[in-house]
Write a protein that binds this ligand. Structure first.
Ligand SMILES: Cc1cc2nc3c(=O)[nH]c(=O)nc-3n(C[C@H](O)[C@H](O)[C@H](O)COP(=O)(O)O)c2cc1C
Length: 335
Protein backbone atom coordinates (compact mmCIF):
# COMPACT_ATOMS: atom_id res chain seq x y z
CA UNK A 1 0.00 0.00 0.00
CA UNK A 2 1.18 3.54 -0.67
CA UNK A 3 2.23 5.01 2.63
CA UNK A 4 0.68 8.40 1.94
CA UNK A 5 -2.27 8.28 -0.42
CA UNK A 6 -4.00 11.59 -1.15
CA UNK A 7 -7.78 11.50 -0.89
CA UNK A 8 -10.13 13.93 -2.65
CA UNK A 9 -13.80 14.49 -1.81
CA UNK A 10 -15.85 13.92 -4.98
CA UNK A 11 -18.41 16.59 -5.92
CA UNK A 12 -22.14 15.83 -5.47
CA UNK A 13 -24.66 18.33 -6.75
CA UNK A 14 -26.95 19.26 -3.85
CA UNK A 15 -25.01 17.28 -1.21
CA UNK A 16 -21.34 18.31 -0.96
CA UNK A 17 -22.41 21.93 -0.73
CA UNK A 18 -20.32 24.71 0.81
CA UNK A 19 -22.08 23.92 4.10
CA UNK A 20 -21.36 20.19 3.97
CA UNK A 21 -17.71 20.82 3.09
CA UNK A 22 -17.32 23.34 5.89
CA UNK A 23 -18.82 21.12 8.58
CA UNK A 24 -17.19 17.96 7.24
CA UNK A 25 -13.68 19.39 7.34
CA UNK A 26 -14.32 20.82 10.79
CA UNK A 27 -15.18 17.38 12.18
CA UNK A 28 -13.08 14.98 10.12
CA UNK A 29 -9.57 14.86 8.73
CA UNK A 30 -8.19 12.69 5.97
CA UNK A 31 -9.34 14.65 2.90
CA UNK A 32 -6.69 16.50 0.91
CA UNK A 33 -8.82 18.34 -1.70
CA UNK A 34 -12.46 19.37 -1.93
CA UNK A 35 -14.22 19.65 -5.30
CA UNK A 36 -17.32 21.84 -5.58
CA UNK A 37 -20.37 20.46 -7.37
CA UNK A 38 -20.30 21.88 -10.89
CA UNK A 39 -21.15 25.46 -11.72
CA UNK A 40 -22.96 25.88 -15.02
CA UNK A 41 -24.63 28.57 -17.12
CA UNK A 42 -22.03 30.89 -15.69
CA UNK A 43 -22.19 33.44 -18.46
CA UNK A 44 -25.80 34.39 -17.86
CA UNK A 45 -26.37 37.52 -15.78
CA UNK A 46 -26.67 36.71 -12.09
CA UNK A 47 -26.12 33.03 -12.69
CA UNK A 48 -23.34 32.90 -10.15
CA UNK A 49 -25.26 35.00 -7.64
CA UNK A 50 -26.79 32.15 -5.66
CA UNK A 51 -23.43 30.52 -4.93
CA UNK A 52 -21.26 33.65 -5.29
CA UNK A 53 -20.12 33.62 -1.66
CA UNK A 54 -18.40 30.27 -2.26
CA UNK A 55 -15.77 32.03 -4.35
CA UNK A 56 -14.51 33.78 -1.22
CA UNK A 57 -13.21 30.49 0.16
CA UNK A 58 -10.30 28.96 -1.78
CA UNK A 59 -9.76 26.78 1.29
CA UNK A 60 -12.18 25.43 3.86
CA UNK A 61 -10.63 24.56 7.23
CA UNK A 62 -7.27 24.67 5.46
CA UNK A 63 -8.27 22.11 2.80
CA UNK A 64 -7.91 23.30 -0.78
CA UNK A 65 -11.18 23.86 -2.69
CA UNK A 66 -11.34 23.23 -6.45
CA UNK A 67 -14.26 24.89 -8.25
CA UNK A 68 -15.72 22.68 -10.97
CA UNK A 69 -17.54 23.84 -14.09
CA UNK A 70 -19.75 22.14 -16.66
CA UNK A 71 -19.57 23.87 -20.02
CA UNK A 72 -18.77 23.35 -23.69
CA UNK A 73 -18.10 27.01 -24.34
CA UNK A 74 -14.37 27.84 -24.41
CA UNK A 75 -14.94 31.54 -23.61
CA UNK A 76 -17.09 30.69 -20.64
CA UNK A 77 -14.53 28.17 -19.33
CA UNK A 78 -11.71 30.70 -19.77
CA UNK A 79 -13.67 33.40 -17.96
CA UNK A 80 -14.53 31.04 -15.13
CA UNK A 81 -10.90 29.92 -14.75
CA UNK A 82 -9.56 33.48 -14.75
CA UNK A 83 -12.24 34.60 -12.29
CA UNK A 84 -11.33 31.73 -9.93
CA UNK A 85 -7.66 32.61 -10.19
CA UNK A 86 -8.40 36.21 -9.19
CA UNK A 87 -10.34 34.92 -6.21
CA UNK A 88 -7.28 33.03 -5.00
CA UNK A 89 -8.01 29.47 -6.17
CA UNK A 90 -5.07 27.40 -7.36
CA UNK A 91 -6.92 24.98 -9.65
CA UNK A 92 -10.19 24.65 -11.55
CA UNK A 93 -11.76 21.43 -12.76
CA UNK A 94 -13.66 20.75 -15.99
CA UNK A 95 -16.52 18.27 -15.73
CA UNK A 96 -16.53 15.77 -18.61
CA UNK A 97 -18.22 13.09 -16.53
CA UNK A 98 -21.84 14.07 -15.90
CA UNK A 99 -23.90 11.19 -17.36
CA UNK A 100 -27.45 12.51 -17.12
CA UNK A 101 -29.19 12.47 -20.52
CA UNK A 102 -30.40 16.08 -20.29
CA UNK A 103 -26.72 17.10 -20.01
CA UNK A 104 -25.04 14.40 -22.12
CA UNK A 105 -27.50 14.68 -25.04
CA UNK A 106 -26.24 18.22 -25.58
CA UNK A 107 -22.63 16.99 -25.83
CA UNK A 108 -21.90 18.30 -22.39
CA UNK A 109 -20.35 16.37 -19.48
CA UNK A 110 -19.69 12.75 -20.51
CA UNK A 111 -21.72 13.44 -23.70
CA UNK A 112 -18.61 15.14 -25.14
CA UNK A 113 -16.36 12.10 -24.67
CA UNK A 114 -17.16 10.51 -28.08
CA UNK A 115 -15.93 13.74 -29.71
CA UNK A 116 -12.22 14.06 -28.84
CA UNK A 117 -11.72 16.70 -31.56
CA UNK A 118 -14.26 18.91 -29.85
CA UNK A 119 -12.47 18.42 -26.51
CA UNK A 120 -9.19 19.32 -28.24
CA UNK A 121 -10.63 22.45 -29.84
CA UNK A 122 -11.95 23.70 -26.52
CA UNK A 123 -8.65 23.00 -24.73
CA UNK A 124 -6.83 24.71 -27.57
CA UNK A 125 -8.77 27.89 -26.91
CA UNK A 126 -8.73 27.69 -23.10
CA UNK A 127 -5.28 26.52 -22.04
CA UNK A 128 -3.18 29.30 -23.67
CA UNK A 129 -5.45 31.91 -22.08
CA UNK A 130 -5.31 30.85 -18.44
CA UNK A 131 -2.56 30.49 -15.88
CA UNK A 132 -4.43 28.67 -13.10
CA UNK A 133 -3.99 24.87 -12.94
CA UNK A 134 -6.59 23.14 -15.09
CA UNK A 135 -7.67 19.61 -14.20
CA UNK A 136 -10.29 17.36 -15.78
CA UNK A 137 -12.76 14.85 -14.35
CA UNK A 138 -14.18 12.42 -16.88
CA UNK A 139 -15.35 8.87 -17.45
CA UNK A 140 -13.86 6.17 -19.69
CA UNK A 141 -16.21 7.20 -22.47
CA UNK A 142 -19.89 7.76 -23.10
CA UNK A 143 -20.90 4.81 -25.31
CA UNK A 144 -17.75 2.70 -24.97
CA UNK A 145 -14.60 2.49 -22.86
CA UNK A 146 -12.50 2.54 -26.08
CA UNK A 147 -13.20 6.26 -26.25
CA UNK A 148 -10.63 6.94 -23.52
CA UNK A 149 -7.75 6.04 -25.86
CA UNK A 150 -8.40 8.88 -28.33
CA UNK A 151 -9.18 11.21 -25.44
CA UNK A 152 -5.86 10.45 -23.72
CA UNK A 153 -4.01 11.48 -26.87
CA UNK A 154 -5.83 14.81 -26.77
CA UNK A 155 -5.37 15.38 -23.03
CA UNK A 156 -1.67 14.48 -23.27
CA UNK A 157 -1.03 17.30 -25.71
CA UNK A 158 -2.17 19.97 -23.22
CA UNK A 159 -0.96 21.21 -19.87
CA UNK A 160 -3.55 19.38 -17.74
CA UNK A 161 -2.59 19.37 -14.06
CA UNK A 162 -4.47 16.20 -13.10
CA UNK A 163 -6.91 13.80 -14.70
CA UNK A 164 -9.54 12.07 -12.59
CA UNK A 165 -11.33 9.19 -14.28
CA UNK A 166 -14.50 7.69 -12.85
CA UNK A 167 -13.92 4.20 -14.22
CA UNK A 168 -17.34 3.77 -15.84
CA UNK A 169 -18.86 4.95 -19.11
CA UNK A 170 -21.59 7.60 -19.23
CA UNK A 171 -24.28 5.18 -20.42
CA UNK A 172 -23.81 3.16 -17.22
CA UNK A 173 -24.82 6.09 -15.01
CA UNK A 174 -23.92 4.57 -11.61
CA UNK A 175 -24.80 0.95 -12.46
CA UNK A 176 -22.66 -2.09 -13.15
CA UNK A 177 -19.01 -2.49 -12.28
CA UNK A 178 -16.09 -0.13 -12.66
CA UNK A 179 -13.71 -1.15 -15.46
CA UNK A 180 -10.20 -1.39 -14.05
CA UNK A 181 -8.76 -2.90 -17.26
CA UNK A 182 -9.80 0.14 -19.30
CA UNK A 183 -8.55 2.50 -16.59
CA UNK A 184 -5.15 0.77 -16.72
CA UNK A 185 -5.02 1.29 -20.49
CA UNK A 186 -5.48 5.01 -19.86
CA UNK A 187 -2.69 5.01 -17.25
CA UNK A 188 -0.39 3.25 -19.69
CA UNK A 189 -0.58 6.07 -22.23
CA UNK A 190 -1.07 9.01 -19.90
CA UNK A 191 1.57 11.68 -19.39
CA UNK A 192 -0.71 13.45 -16.89
CA UNK A 193 -0.91 12.76 -13.12
CA UNK A 194 -3.90 10.44 -12.72
CA UNK A 195 -6.58 10.12 -10.05
CA UNK A 196 -8.75 7.01 -9.67
CA UNK A 197 -12.47 7.40 -8.90
CA UNK A 198 -15.20 4.79 -8.44
CA UNK A 199 -16.68 2.40 -5.85
CA UNK A 200 -14.30 2.83 -2.94
CA UNK A 201 -16.67 2.09 -0.05
CA UNK A 202 -14.42 0.30 2.46
CA UNK A 203 -10.79 -0.09 3.47
CA UNK A 204 -10.80 -3.43 1.62
CA UNK A 205 -11.99 -1.73 -1.58
CA UNK A 206 -9.23 0.81 -1.24
CA UNK A 207 -6.61 -1.90 -0.72
CA UNK A 208 -7.92 -3.88 -3.70
CA UNK A 209 -7.63 -0.89 -6.06
CA UNK A 210 -4.39 0.25 -4.47
CA UNK A 211 -2.83 -3.19 -5.06
CA UNK A 212 -4.07 -3.31 -8.65
CA UNK A 213 -3.18 0.27 -9.56
CA UNK A 214 0.31 0.71 -8.17
CA UNK A 215 0.90 3.86 -10.29
CA UNK A 216 -1.96 5.67 -8.54
CA UNK A 217 -1.43 7.68 -5.39
CA UNK A 218 -4.40 10.07 -5.60
CA UNK A 219 -7.94 8.85 -5.05
CA UNK A 220 -11.26 10.60 -5.36
CA UNK A 221 -14.01 9.17 -3.16
CA UNK A 222 -17.68 10.12 -3.20
CA UNK A 223 -20.45 7.88 -1.94
CA UNK A 224 -18.05 6.05 0.39
CA UNK A 225 -17.48 9.28 2.33
CA UNK A 226 -21.17 10.22 2.33
CA UNK A 227 -21.97 6.80 3.83
CA UNK A 228 -19.07 6.84 6.32
CA UNK A 229 -17.43 10.21 7.00
CA UNK A 230 -14.56 8.38 8.74
CA UNK A 231 -13.55 6.55 5.55
CA UNK A 232 -10.57 8.74 4.52
CA UNK A 233 -9.17 8.59 8.06
CA UNK A 234 -9.76 4.82 8.19
CA UNK A 235 -7.83 4.40 4.94
CA UNK A 236 -5.00 6.47 6.41
CA UNK A 237 -5.04 4.51 9.67
CA UNK A 238 -6.11 7.55 11.69
CA UNK A 239 -9.20 6.21 13.48
CA UNK A 240 -8.65 5.17 17.10
CA UNK A 241 -12.20 5.71 18.33
CA UNK A 242 -14.41 2.67 18.94
CA UNK A 243 -17.80 2.35 17.22
CA UNK A 244 -19.72 3.98 20.07
CA UNK A 245 -17.35 6.95 20.11
CA UNK A 246 -17.57 7.18 16.32
CA UNK A 247 -21.34 7.23 16.54
CA UNK A 248 -21.20 10.13 19.00
CA UNK A 249 -18.93 12.04 16.65
CA UNK A 250 -21.22 11.41 13.69
CA UNK A 251 -24.19 12.60 15.77
CA UNK A 252 -22.39 15.89 16.44
CA UNK A 253 -21.39 16.18 12.77
CA UNK A 254 -24.91 15.63 11.42
CA UNK A 255 -26.36 18.00 14.03
CA UNK A 256 -23.90 20.72 13.01
CA UNK A 257 -24.84 20.31 9.34
CA UNK A 258 -28.53 20.48 10.24
CA UNK A 259 -28.02 23.68 12.25
CA UNK A 260 -25.90 25.20 9.50
CA UNK A 261 -28.60 24.44 6.89
CA UNK A 262 -31.27 25.95 9.13
CA UNK A 263 -29.22 29.10 9.46
CA UNK A 264 -28.53 29.25 5.74
CA UNK A 265 -32.19 28.70 4.87
CA UNK A 266 -33.45 31.24 7.45
CA UNK A 267 -35.16 28.46 9.38
CA UNK A 268 -37.24 27.38 6.40
CA UNK A 269 -38.15 23.70 6.16
CA UNK A 270 -36.09 23.26 3.04
CA UNK A 271 -33.17 22.84 5.45
CA UNK A 272 -34.46 19.33 6.16
CA UNK A 273 -34.76 18.57 2.44
CA UNK A 274 -31.06 19.26 1.92
CA UNK A 275 -30.02 17.04 4.78
CA UNK A 276 -32.33 14.18 3.82
CA UNK A 277 -30.29 13.74 0.62
CA UNK A 278 -27.24 13.09 2.79
CA UNK A 279 -29.17 10.66 5.01
CA UNK A 280 -29.87 8.66 1.84
CA UNK A 281 -26.22 7.61 2.09
CA UNK A 282 -25.43 7.98 5.79
CA UNK A 283 -28.24 5.54 6.71
CA UNK A 284 -26.11 2.73 5.26
CA UNK A 285 -23.62 3.07 8.11
CA UNK A 286 -26.28 1.98 10.62
CA UNK A 287 -27.40 -1.55 11.47
CA UNK A 288 -30.80 -1.21 9.73
CA UNK A 289 -30.54 1.31 6.88
CA UNK A 290 -34.15 0.95 5.76
CA UNK A 291 -35.62 1.69 9.16
CA UNK A 292 -33.17 4.55 9.62
CA UNK A 293 -34.10 6.07 6.27
CA UNK A 294 -37.82 5.63 6.82
CA UNK A 295 -37.62 7.34 10.21
CA UNK A 296 -35.79 10.34 8.79
CA UNK A 297 -37.55 10.62 5.42
CA UNK A 298 -41.06 10.90 6.83
CA UNK A 299 -40.28 13.89 9.07
CA UNK A 300 -41.81 17.21 8.08
CA UNK A 301 -41.00 19.55 10.95
CA UNK A 302 -37.83 20.47 12.80
CA UNK A 303 -39.10 18.85 16.03
CA UNK A 304 -39.95 15.60 14.27
CA UNK A 305 -36.63 15.56 12.47
CA UNK A 306 -34.69 16.06 15.71
CA UNK A 307 -36.73 13.33 17.43
CA UNK A 308 -36.09 10.95 14.54
CA UNK A 309 -32.35 11.58 14.62
CA UNK A 310 -32.22 11.01 18.39
CA UNK A 311 -34.19 7.77 17.89
CA UNK A 312 -31.80 6.59 15.15
CA UNK A 313 -28.69 7.12 17.26
CA UNK A 314 -30.33 5.46 20.27
CA UNK A 315 -31.90 2.46 18.55
CA UNK A 316 -29.47 1.50 15.80
CA UNK A 317 -25.83 0.52 15.93
CA UNK A 318 -23.30 2.58 14.04
CA UNK A 319 -21.24 0.16 11.94
CA UNK A 320 -19.51 2.60 9.59
CA UNK A 321 -18.26 1.36 6.25
CA UNK A 322 -17.10 -1.91 7.79
CA UNK A 323 -20.76 -2.96 8.02
CA UNK A 324 -20.64 -3.05 4.18
CA UNK A 325 -24.35 -2.31 3.89
CA UNK A 326 -24.06 0.25 1.08
CA UNK A 327 -22.04 -2.22 -0.97
CA UNK A 328 -24.77 -4.83 -0.54
CA UNK A 329 -27.42 -2.33 -1.63
CA UNK A 330 -25.50 -1.23 -4.71
CA UNK A 331 -24.80 -4.85 -5.74
CA UNK A 332 -28.37 -6.03 -5.24
CA UNK A 333 -30.16 -3.01 -6.77
CA UNK A 334 -27.41 -2.28 -9.24
CA UNK A 335 -27.27 1.42 -8.39
C1 LIG B 1 -26.34 12.78 -6.86
C2 LIG B 1 -24.99 12.87 -7.52
C3 LIG B 1 -24.45 14.13 -7.85
C4 LIG B 1 -23.19 14.23 -8.47
N1 LIG B 1 -22.71 15.48 -8.81
C5 LIG B 1 -21.50 15.58 -9.44
C6 LIG B 1 -20.95 16.85 -9.83
O1 LIG B 1 -21.51 17.93 -9.60
N2 LIG B 1 -19.75 16.84 -10.47
C7 LIG B 1 -19.06 15.68 -10.73
O2 LIG B 1 -17.96 15.72 -11.31
N3 LIG B 1 -19.54 14.48 -10.36
C8 LIG B 1 -20.72 14.40 -9.71
N4 LIG B 1 -21.18 13.17 -9.32
C9 LIG B 1 -20.31 11.97 -9.47
C10 LIG B 1 -19.43 11.75 -8.22
O3 LIG B 1 -18.59 12.88 -8.00
C11 LIG B 1 -18.51 10.50 -8.37
O4 LIG B 1 -17.72 10.66 -9.53
C12 LIG B 1 -19.30 9.21 -8.48
O5 LIG B 1 -20.25 9.09 -7.43
C13 LIG B 1 -18.35 7.99 -8.45
O6 LIG B 1 -17.55 7.99 -7.30
P1 LIG B 1 -17.92 7.10 -6.00
O7 LIG B 1 -18.10 5.68 -6.48
O8 LIG B 1 -16.73 7.26 -5.08
O9 LIG B 1 -19.18 7.65 -5.43
C14 LIG B 1 -22.43 13.05 -8.72
C15 LIG B 1 -22.98 11.80 -8.38
C16 LIG B 1 -24.23 11.69 -7.79
C17 LIG B 1 -24.77 10.32 -7.45
Amino acid sequence: MNSKPLIYLAPFQGITTYTYREVYTKHFGGVDKLFTPFFTGIQKPNSLAKRAFEFNFPTQNKVEVIPQMLSKDADEITRFANFCEKKGFKEVNWNLGCPYPRVANKKRGSGMLPYPDMVGEILNQVIPNISIKFSIKCRLGYFSDDEIIALMRVYNSFNISELTIHARIGKQLYTGDVNIGAFKKAIAISTIPMVYNGDIFTIDDFEKYNDGLFEINNWMIGRGILVDPFLPMRIKGQVDANLVEQSEKVYKFITDIYLAYRKKNNDKLQAIGAIKELWGYLAYSFSDPHKVLNSIKKTSSFDKYEEAVAYVFKEFDWLGSEGRLYEKKSKSHNI
